[in-house]
Design a protein around this ligand. Structure first.
Ligand code: GLC
Length: 557
């Protein structure tokens, strides 16, 4: 706890192992800038009458017109914008203003950010809600700017929502499920605000967001790491929340793999995109959430049992992912030469992948130097597509070995045109086209080739790339990507996504002033400016992992 004291940690009274795994984290470095107390105070002091409390477009419009004459001076400037730390790009100020405009209040307290600020009224859908996954970059931006209160409010509010009974038709969801999004409803007659949450019962496809709970745990650790305030994670309700989320994933059943079996559309790609099975995005987030939980859970009776299960799962998941999801030139060549129909423990081609099913594009795409975690592995199926989020999270969580992390960066450099092009960053590569698109997406008009989830470019991914670049010691890659984004983002009105092979066109149905595009850019900028921020979202490799657990060793012999 000595280190904790040095960092000005507020509550060190109870025992928590939070610092244990973080010894090597960059944010422990002494040069970490202190929270901007002055900014914090002025934020807390803003009166409700100054700010929108109703989540309707009109209120935002009114707010805009009410305040537009004085512009930014009415809205707090970022701490890093004070002129003392660095010279920001002019669009940084606009980004902060837009981010603050997206704040959502519940009974006077900021609890999140709206998904998109600009939309034609007939296209609202659910973009007027606070999405758990969308709020993550906003939260990081606020934390990096010394404004942790909103993050704390968000964590507690969503935790309360977890406690609701969740039902789709007559079927009850697991207790630990976290919402995909929530909305503040304002009753002007009764003058009360209430919250409506969506756990999948309103979502397209009626799929529960598997990623929400993981992001919640990851964010709780980021908050703790950034503020040094251990008391939030140590609260009994937070400890319970973590355990409930993980109980959904750690229960024993018919699984033969440590990976998590998922329905299509259960994460950022929330429509049918052939992601069902064991998608890399979820496996990487699962891994990261398990590691974050490990450092936050108390070693009491129930906690101990959970910790043991987490350790066993991490061990098996780590082995499975590094062995079966990893693809580089050598591995591709091995798969290309696979024999099939092997039986028994001696099988090399364990999942019976038929070499004829390897798509042509991968032979050109795979560089001699470089590699990545493929999209999905299950019986007789390897989805060779590249998914950005899963690979970046694999680097940040140290699911990837240091060599694998370097190889992922090598691949990004070698395939810059394909993966970055003119606008960072491709969500998935390549796009699915023609007949395949019909069968795989169910003729989805939003996910046509090189658009949206089907090979579209998403500015929000910039923060993940930047974090991965810093972790692997290649900040110049992030710099290049940020430079590209800066030529377009503000001018184009912060679109949700871009279309085309090079990401040159504003997305067909892209929302403007998409909050996570704005926050993602700010986080990328701030991290590059002060790499010590990386510690809140990155975990070093755990070198003390226990020797092989009993069950898997018996399986292996
Ligand atoms: C879209 C995206 C999803 C995001 C939501 C709100 O549905 O696919 O990932 O959370 O919009 O921005």
């Amino acid at each position: 706890m000595d280190g904790a004291k040095e960092m000005g940690i507020r509550n060190v009274s109870s025992i928590c192992s939070l610092t244990k795994l973080d010894e090597h984290d960059l944010s422990c470095l002494p040069e970490k800038p202190r929270l901007n107390i002055e900014r914090q105070r002025s934020f807390d002091e803003r009166s409700l009458s100054e700010l929108p409390t109703i989540l309707t477009r009109e209120s935002y419009d009114n707010y805009d017109s009410m305040h537009s004459p004085c512009g930014r001076s009415c809205i707090d400037t970022p701490a890093s914008f004070g002129g003392n730390s660095f010279n920001p790009h002019p669009i940084v100020a606009d980004a902060w203003e837009a981010l603050r405009r997206s704040l959502v209040y519940f009974r006077g307290q900021p609890v999140g950010t709206i998904a998109a600020y600009h939309y034609a009224s007939e296209e609202v859908l659910n973009y007027d809600q606070v999405f758990v996954r969308d709020f993550v970059p906003s939260a990081l931006a606020f934390l990096m700017n010394g404004e942790p209160e909103i993050v704390k409010n968000f964590l507690l509010k969503t935790l309360q929502l977890q406690g609701w009974e969740k039902k789709i038709d007559r079927f009850k969801l697991g207790e630990g499920a976290m919402p995909a999004s929530f909305k503040v409803l304002h009753d002007p007659v009764r003058k009360v605000e209430t919250i409506a949450a969506d756990f999948g019962e309103s979502a397209i496809g009626r799929v529960a967001p598997v990623d929400s709970g993981f992001w919640w745990i990851i964010l709780l650790r980021a908050y703790t790491k950034s503020t040094g305030d251990l008391s939030l994670a140590e609260r009994p309700e937070c400890q319970k929340g973590i355990k409930l989320i993980l109980m959904l994933c750690l229960a024993e059943g018919f699984d033969t793999f440590p990976t998590l079996l998922c329905a299509d559309g259960c994460s950022m790609i929330d429509r049918r995109m052939d992601v069902y099975g064991y998608p890399i995005e979820i496996q990487a987030l699962f891994y990261m959430a398990l590691r974050c939980a490990l450092v936050m859970l108390k070693h009491d009776g129930e906690g101990k049992d959970c910790i043991e299960r987490i350790e066993q799962r991490l061990h098996a998941l780590n082995f499975h992912m590094r062995s079966y999801f990893w693809l580089d030139f050598q591995q591709l060549n091995d798969i290309y030469r696979y024999k099939t129909e092997e039986y028994s423990h001696t099988a090399v081609n364990k999942f019976n992948v038929i070499p004829d099913s390897i798509p042509d594009w991968i032979f050109d795409f795979m560089p001699m130097r470089g590699g990545y975690f493929i999209g999905n592995v299950s019986p007789a199926r390897m989805d060779f597509r590249w998914f950005c989020l899963g690979n970046c999270i694999a680097i940040l969580s140290s699911l990837a070995t240091p060599e694998q992390s370097m190889a992922i960066m090598d691949l990004i450099e070698a395939r810059w045109d394909e993966l970055v092009g003119e606008m960072p960053l491709k969500i998935a590569y390549p796009a699915i086209e023609s007949h395949e698109w019909r069968i795989i997406t169910g003729c989805d008009p939003k996910n046509t080739r090189w658009s949206y989830h089907n090979g579209g470019s998403w500015p929000v991914l910039l923060w993940l790339l930047t974090a991965a670049c810093i972790k692997t010691g290649r900040p110049q890659i992030a710099r290049q990507a940020i430079d590209l984004a800066e030529t377009r983002l503000l001018k184009d009105g912060w679109p949700e996504y871009y279309d085309g092979k090079l990401g040159r066109f504003i997305g067909k149905q892209a929302r403007k002033y998409q909050t996570w595009s704005i926050a993602g850019y700010l986080v990328a900028k701030m991290m590059l400016e002060d790499p010590s921020h990386l510690g809140m979202i990155s975990l070093e490799e755990d070198k003390q992992r226990k020797p092989l657990i009993k069950r898997s060793s018996s399986w292996n012999c």
